[in-house]
Ligand binder design. Structure first.
Ligand SMILES: Nc1ncnc2c1ncn2[C@@H]1O[C@H](COP(=O)(O)OP(=O)(O)OP(=O)(O)O)[C@@H](O)[C@H]1O
Length: 211
């Protein structure tokens, strides 16, 4: 349902262009991998698409069911999971679900019970997030994304801190809850982006010479 047009976009930090002249049309309900070596600009690109980072040049157009969405409202239509986005650690799991779903509608009217069951976190409902293990936090971050009724899911290093069972659980989420969504995955690990039909290799858009 959500289409994104990257029109000659560029991002520069001080004198360093991270990417430039990047033009890509992300069709609705497609999955894209954003690849590139460490420090190449994957997270910077996904933050620009999420309108967390301002662009230096170019424009991003968002079309939801064919209707243009202003950049200032795109956060209503997306869910993002990333290592640098912290969960409110003082909340218990139960409190966090109640808080999050005051702003986002649950997908398919899922109940909190069903969500907790799916994330293998049912017995931790009253535990503060700051007492969660890193794998539990990662399952929670991914669950909040996939259980939200939004057309755009942005995932930065989705399988970080997940063991093999967790990785398979994440791939199951993609299959069960990732249909009819536009999904972007920042990763260099084919295990976590193998389902993506398309790829943006950020380094292809790095200018050879500095400013
Ligand atoms: N706020 C900022 N100010 C200045 N430079 C920044 C800022 N954020 C990122 N950078 C720089 O932009 C470049 C790209 O960083 P980014 O985090 O996007 O890379 P990445 O491909 O996601 O890396 P990794 O694979 O290590 O997560 C790096 O050189 C980084 O230092």
């Amino acid at each position: 349902m959500l289409e994104i047009k990257l029109n000659s976009i560029g991002k520069r930090f001080q004198f360093d262009w991270i990417f430039k002249n990047l033009s890509v049309q992300i069709s609705k309900n497609t999955a894209w991998a954003i690849t590139g070596s460490n420090g190449s600009g994957k997270s910077t690109l996904i933050k620009c698409i999420a309108a967390i980072n301002p662009l230096t040049e170019g424009k991003i157009e968002y079309l939801f069911e064919g209707k243009s969405i202003p950049e200032s409202e795109i956060f209503n239509h997306l869910a993002i999971s990333a290592p640098y986005l912290e969960l409110p650690e003082e909340f218990s799991l139960n409190e966090l679900l109640q808080f999050h779903f005051r702003f986002k509608k649950p997908l398919n009217n899922l109940s909190f019970e069903e969500m907790m069951e799916n994330m293998y976190l049912k017995e931790h409902r009253n535990k503060p997030i700051n007492q969660f293990s890193s794998g539990m936090k990662q399952r929670l971050k991914l669950g909040l994304c996939f259980f939200s009724d939004v057309p755009l899911i942005l995932l930065d290093e989705p399988s970080s801190n997940l063991d093999e069972k967790g990785l398979n659980w994440y791939l199951g989420l993609i299959g069960e809850f990732g249909q009819n969504k536009t999904i972007l995955v920042c990763s260099n690990d084919p295990k976590e982006y193998g389902f993506c039909q398309q790829k943006i290799h950020v380094e292809d858009y790095k200018p050879k010479q500095k400013l």
